[in-house]
Design a protein around this ligand. Structure first.
Ligand code: FE2
Length: 238
């Protein structure tokens, strides 16, 4: 299994403070069935601002230590980019997920729909693929999901149906899907780690086959111990 979103790298963000804790997490995740983990520390202006070199170095150091301890796990570097007005500057030198073209993006709840659309479109135009981190936790997408559900039930005549479909087409989720974004779900969302509303949205997005990737988003052993991997699907084995 692949974990496309984790805070396993030591000393970068609010993940483990030292490498021993990272190794403990890595060993437990290997035992749980993961073969590949992307370490994706936060990059948030004013909170977590470590540069790419620090992330690359931490991933390399952790891999060396795992190899030395015969823990058969591949670690790749990445970032969890925060979508705000500072992101454009950070993306002048983007750190993708390993050697893929994916850039993991977290959409804050206060972001405007317009900023999300423009930013993701720009990333696509520059040759990268935005991977939306835990869309089920993003209120803009949860709202889009609710609007879609409401519009499908509310409009019954042909004229009204057209209006319903139009609303559906303009939902943020559809826009992001149409321009080719990827969507990474958190395993914990299906177990209501973030509450029943997020769980409901996660189940809806899974049913609609929106998810392209999954991740643990674990920050510590507490998260690793809480993982219930019964929600895994063929999507996480690629
Ligand atoms: Fe995260």
């Amino acid at each position: 299994m692949y974990d496309y979103h984790s805070h396993i790298l030591p000393g970068i963000d609010d993940g483990p403070a030292d490498i021993d804790d990272s190794v403990t997490m890595a060993a437990a995740l290997r035992k749980a069935g993961f073969s590949t983990i992307y370490g994706t520390p936060h990059l948030i202006k004013g909170s977590y601002e470590a540069d790419n070199e620090a992330v690359l170095s931490a991933a390399s150091t952790l891999q060396t230590r795992l190899n030395a301890e015969n823990i058969d796990l591949k670690i790749f570097p990445g970032r969890e980019y925060y979508l705000d007005e500072f992101l454009g500057n950070y993306l002048k030198n983007p750190l993708t997920l390993g050697d893929t073209r994916y850039i993991l993006i977290e959409i804050p709840n206060h972001a405007s729909t317009q900023l999300v659309k423009e930013t993701c479109f720009r990333i696509k135009c520059s040759g990268f693929i935005p991977m939306i981190a835990h869309p089920e936790r993003c209120s803009l997408i949860a709202m889009a999901q609710k609007q879609t559900t409401v519009s499908r039930f509310r409009f019954t005549s042909n004229k009204q149906k057209t209006l319903g479909e139009k609303q559906y087409e303009t939902a943020l989720l559809d826009y992001l899907k149409d321009i080719g974004c990827a969507f990474q779900g958190n395993f914990g969302s299906f177990d209501a780690w973030y509450g029943p509303d997020v769980q409901q949205t996660a189940n809806y997005l899974k049913k609609m086959e929106i998810y392209t990737h999954f991740g643990t988003d674990v920050h510590s052993m507490r998260g690793v111990n809480r993982l219930n991997l019964s929600h895994t699907s063929e999507a996480v084995t690629k």
